[in-house]
Design a protein around this ligand. Structure first.
Ligand SMILES: Cc1cc2nc3c(=O)[nH]c(=O)nc-3n(C[C@H](O)[C@H](O)[C@H](O)COP(=O)(O)OP(=O)(O)OC[C@H]3O[C@@H](n4cnc5c(N)ncnc54)[C@H](O)[C@@H]3O)c2cc1C
Ligand code: SF4
Length: 505
């Protein structure tokens, strides 16, 4: 019997079970990596995402070769042809694969019809396995992230003093999320020059024109585990102390603020969630860092990331088709080309995504996603865009963040109210409005900010549906203060915006 291992592009870790279990016979164990050109042409992926994934795969393959694994690396049109040939050549009787996180990819592999036994091994890259999450979820009447997070803190003994949270509170959010001050000194992100492997991938992607979305250069992301660990160390030293305080702030030209920039590496397997949490907790004890920052960050990785992964499996497979508000507008063209919008917050954020394939959480949630929600864009269209545009996007993290949290298309499985906001929020948390051709204070009129008329139009269109969500009552009570005449103007202005947008297509 010969076991062969297929390493998937988002499981680039020696900790996965198929590598661990066969390590002692690695010189006799064939391992294959496949870059499928057809697969990446499914959607317009940001070119830096393609560079990152393929470069990281090629680097990981080199690491395994150096460690005496029998590595085959194939660049092919599809997956099945190189797999079949390799299975025959190596006389493989059992193919082992880490169970893919993304359901569509799992199905794709199940349908490949290969000439050997195929065994999926559990994915051990999350703190909670699928089954553990489902057991937790089934024991609850309501799925609250905060409860899940506290359970995780207790289970893994992180920031705990016996049975109690360090500092006496579970959550220090109140000290976080300060608006940006004018004179903030932000840390420089750690960047990397492309090495020979990365440069070859860049040239290949340019030559074959796999996608025309996003700038391919400068490409400064880490591409192997060692570099990803340096990013983590840099974050802990330079960014973590202020992470919490300005977690939600947005400043023109400041792309990364105090954020970790680690999601691409966590999602590829170059970093492990527990090593990230350990590094942050250790720094808290050794360097006496502010608890609001440390707890705030650990909540992201131990709470939100795990919760989103769990919910993806807990929900039915058709979760991604949810559309609670019945929004059907197409995605405006400017999402693919920032220069086509005059809305400064969107233009700045979309330009940043084009340049780097990255935006931080609030840019994603309260600018890019918020606009799509209040303007009534189809949740599936905006999800499709996020999936193509971001360096860290995968199906499991897309559906929960965009369909659930961002678009509230699941009717409240994930969030207790929609993340909808007018210019008021964007102006408070950023400096974007100061340089915008629209007036942040106007709801109607020639210079009215589209975030304003769309926000109020959204509340008005869905007021009956929103009434069922207790947390919306205060906001809905403001609707009474708007005169019938102004409602007419708001509705007309929202319609006119769409007429003009659709006319441009
Ligand atoms: C509309 C929308 C789309 C998003 N798309 C993605 C995506 O494609 N891929 C992705 O990994 N995250 C996504 N997120 C979650 C979050 O915005 C990113 O994980 C984060 O911005 C990544 O940057 P960072 O590493 O600098 O994060 P930091 O702000 O430094 O946070 C630390 C880490 O916490 C984790 N995390 C925090 N919140 C979440 C969350 N809601 N879901 C999953 N992980 C979380 C990430 O691993 C992140 O690296 C999305 C959020 C929203 C609202
Ligand atoms: S005024 Fe409106 S469109 Fe302009 S930056 Fe502010 S929120 Fe965005």
């Amino acid at each position: 019997m010969t076991i062969g291992i297929w390493i998937l592009g988002d499981r680039l870790t020696t900790k996965q079970l198929c590598l661990q279990n066969n390590r002692d016979r690695r010189q006799q164990t064939p391992v294959i990596f496949i870059e499928s050109n057809n697969y990446v042409r499914q959607r317009p992926y940001h070119r830096q995402k393609l560079v990152l994934v393929w470069s990281a795969m090629r680097h990981f393959a080199e690491e395994l070769k150096a460690d005496n694994w029998q590595v085959t690396y194939k660049i092919a049109t599809d997956f099945v042809t190189p797999l079949q040939t390799w299975i025959e050549q190596q006389q493989i009787t059992e193919l082992q694969i880490t169970t893919p996180c993304d359901r569509p990819f799992h199905q794709l592999i199940q349908n490949l019809n290969l000439n050997c036994k195929v065994t999926f091994l559990p994915d051990n890259h999350f703190l909670w396995s699928k089954d553990e999450f489902i057991t937790w979820a089934k024991s609850r009447n309501r799925l609250l992230m905060e409860n899940f997070y506290r359970e995780g803190r207790k289970r893994f003994k992180i920031l705990m003093d016996g049975n109690q949270p360090i500092g006496g509170k579970w959550n220090y959010d109140r000290q976080n999320r300060k608006p940006p001050k004018k004179s903030l000194q932000t840390p420089e992100p750690l960047t990397f020059e492309p090495d020979t492997i990365t440069q070859e991938v860049i040239d290949w992607i340019e030559q074959e024109k796999f996608s025309n979305y996003g700038q391919i250069k400068p490409f400064t992301w880490a591409v192997n585990r060692q570099q990803a660990q340096q990013v983590l160390t840099h974050f802990v030293q330079e960014c973590l102390p202020q992470f919490g305080t300005y977690q939600d702030a947005m400043i023109t030209g400041e792309y990364t603020m105090w954020h970790g920039l680690i999601s691409p590496y966590l999602n590829l397997g170059l970093l492990e969630p527990m090593e990230v949490i350990d590094a942050v907790e250790t720094a808290y004890y050794q360097q006496e860092l502010p608890l609001n920052s440390v707890e705030g960050f650990i909540r992201q990785v131990m709470g939100w990331r795990e919760y989103m992964h769990g919910i993806y499996y807990f929900q039915e497979e058709n979760y991604g088709q949810s559309n609670w508000f019945e929004h059907h507008q197409p995605l405006p063209k400017f999402y693919w080309d920032a220069s086509q919008t005059e809305m400064n917050c969107l233009r700045q954020t979309l330009t940043q995504v084009e340049e780097t394939a990255y935006g931080h959480h609030i840019q994603r949630l309260m600018v890019l996603n918020n606009f799509a929600l209040i303007a009534g864009i189809s949740p599936q269209e905006i999800e499709n865009w996020f999936h193509g545009a971001f360096i860290d996007a995968y199906d499991w993290v897309m559906q929960t963040n965009v369909i659930g949290m961002g678009q509230f298309a699941d009717g409240g499985v994930l969030a207790s109210k929609p993340y909808a906001a007018s210019a008021n929020y964007i102006n408070k948390m950023s400096d974007y409005c100061g340089n915008c051709q629209y007036n942040k204070g106007d709801r109607t009129g020639e210079k009215a900010c589209p975030f304003n008329f769309f926000y109020w139009d959204f509340l008005n269109r869905h007021r009956d549906r929103l009434k069922s969500l207790g947390r919306m009552n205060l906001v809905l009570s403001h609707l009474r203060r708007i005169s019938a005449e102004e409602w007419e103007q708001i509705t007309a202005q929202a319609k006119q915006w769409w007429d003009e947008e659709l006319g441009r297509k």
